[in-house]
Design a protein around this ligand. Structure first.
Ligand code: PMP
Length: 493
């Protein structure tokens, strides 16, 4: 199918891909690449299933707010589903999770309520429960919700079996977070492919299943406190600090054939090898699951078919230890490549000068009048380009100081007719002696570009000039250079 009624119909049907370099030759090792889901993770399946299950049961009413405690893929999947279906979503999240995640959720229209880092996972869960109780919101309860397992029975298992085209499946390898994947796939395969071994992988330093130690629970079966063997580990999305009811059920029903411990360093190394040797770009838990699958493969009989889950995309991990060794700046080898030709280098003066214009353009009288009038009559004017990041940095300062300004966006549609934008640029070049944009004027006086504006602000002159124009700016105490694009900081450092 290549045409869909809505984005939710693109969830699932993820490809099963054979590994040709990383796997030993005597087996067929296939990875199920869940990054192909619309928001890039396996949790899209669960997000849709929980919402649609609640719609069907009446637990979720039209327009009702949905809430969940989640730091990652679940929230991102829910944000997509709620956006598509029109439910407001609130996500509670401890303050120490990466800023990217908050921003992604808010970009999708969710509200993010932060909880103190000191109160850990429990704090964000309790806050979600409290808000749901007080406001009558629908709490998803991904760790206990049976819809989370059922969706894997209904979708993941038939997909795998159909893609195997009747060939026997020797083993299925997965980690567990909520245990939805483990529980649902294990149940489905036990029914439709009973000889398939179910392998559950977990961090080697936090063996909550492998230890055989029971999770402390209250009379109703809810986990009480952390599992005694839990330790913080590197596999984000795997093994929370307690055994969830979905995981416990798979365990107590004897659905798990083997528990495979995985070292954190091995997980990250395997993720990088997947990227570099197979071209498959996935996150830490994917590397961890494959690390476990390679252990299984090494001991598997000749010709065995093995399926390994890869839960999400690598793009979500740029600020995590997975990318810690990936440099921002050029290393020696890259510098050597740069130096191997003369131009466009940082260490050899300027790049070849652009060819001079055939003839200096005549200044357009309308453009001259326009620049003169607007700079005289408007207190703060910025000649800008819509796409220019320096212009955006200057806009941020104006906005932080509450300063109204006129932005003349020279590349916008409004300035395209009769070459107006370029005519104005030519006037600015003559007036300021500078070919760059932005050019900023305050009270008719030319200040310069973005960094000149920042210097003007730092020295206090900007506030004084505004005062003389009868404008009372908000005080701005930070260093305006912090408003420059992030990539500029890394180059300058
Ligand atoms: N890996 C990642 C990156 C995840 O976000 C999750 C879900 N928390 C898992 C693995 C585990 O999946 P499940 O919740 O179905 O056990």
């Amino acid at each position: 199918m290549a045409r869909y009624d809505n984005i939710l119909d693109t969830i699932g049907h993820t490809p099963l891909v054979r590994l040709n370099r990383l796997a030993p030759e005597h087996v067929n090792l296939y990875v199920k690449v869940e990054a192909f889901n619309p928001m890039g993770s396996v949790k899209d399946r669960m997000a849709r299933a929980i919402i649609e299950d609640a719609e069907a049961s009446g637990a979720l009413q039209p327009g009702q707010t949905v809430i969940e405690a989640t730091s990652g893929n679940t929230g991102i999947g829910l944000a997509m589903v709620c956006a598509q279906k029109g439910y407001p979503l609130v996500v509670t999240m401890a303050e120490n999770f990466s800023v990217e995640r908050r921003k992604m959720l808010r970009f999708l229209g969710a509200r993010v309520v932060l909880t103190p880092a000191a109160e850990k996972g429990t704090g964000m869960l309790k806050k979600a429960e409290e808000l749901a109780r007080e406001h009558g919101w629908f709490l998803c309860r991904q760790f206990d919700n049976p819809a989370n397992a059922r969706v894997h029975m209904r979708t993941t298992v038939p997909e795998i079996l159909s893609d195997m085209q009747g060939q026997p499946l020797y083993a299925f390898v997965t980690g567990f977070g909520t245990g939805g994947t483990l529980n649902g796939v294990a149940h489905g395969l036990r029914e439709h492919s009973p000889d398939t071994k179910i392998i559950a992988a977990e961090p080697d330093n936090a063996q909550v299943l492998g230890s055989g130690v029971a999770q402390p629970r209250d009379a109703e079966g809810n986990p009480v406190g952390s599992h005694p063997n839990f330790k913080p580990h590197l596999m984000q999305g795997w093994s929370p600090d307690f055994i969830s009811s979905l995981t416990e059920q798979a365990l107590s029903q004897g659905l798990i054939d083997r528990i495979q411990p995985v070292p954190g360093e091995g997980a990250m190394r395997t993720s990088r090898r997947l990227a570099r040797e197979e071209g498959i770009f996935v996150g830490t838990s994917s590397g961890a699951t494959l690390h476990a699958a390679l252990e299984v493969a090494a001991r598997a009989p000749v010709g065995a078919n093995i399926v390994c889950m890869l839960p999400d995309t690598g793009e979500r991990y740029l600020s995590t230890p997975l990318f810690a060794d990936i440099e921002e700046d050029m290393n020696e080898a890259e510098l050597a490549v740069s130096r191997s030709t003369p131009g466009y280098r940082f260490d050899a003066g300027s790049s070849p000068a652009p060819a001079p214009a055939a003839s200096a353009p005549e200044l357009d009288e309308d453009a001259q009048r326009f620049v003169r009038d607007i700079t005289r009559n408007t207190p703060v004017v910025m000649f800008a380009l819509e796409w220019c990041e320096f212009c955006w940095s200057a806009r941020k300062l104006f906005s932080a100081m509450g300063v109204d300004y006129e932005s003349v966006d020279l590349d916008s549609v409004a300035y395209q007719d009769n070459n107006r934008g370029n005519n104005i640029r030519a006037v600015l070049l003559q007036e300021t002696g500078s070919p760059t944009i932005p050019q900023i004027y305050v009270g008719g006086r030319h200040i310069g570009g973005c960094t000149e504006l920042f210097d003007y602000q730092r020295s206090g002159e900007f506030a004084t000039a505004l005062g003389q124009l009868g404008i009372e700016p908000r005080e701005y105490r930070e260093d305006p250079y912090g408003l420059l694009p992030q990539w500029l900081h890394s180059r300058a450092s």
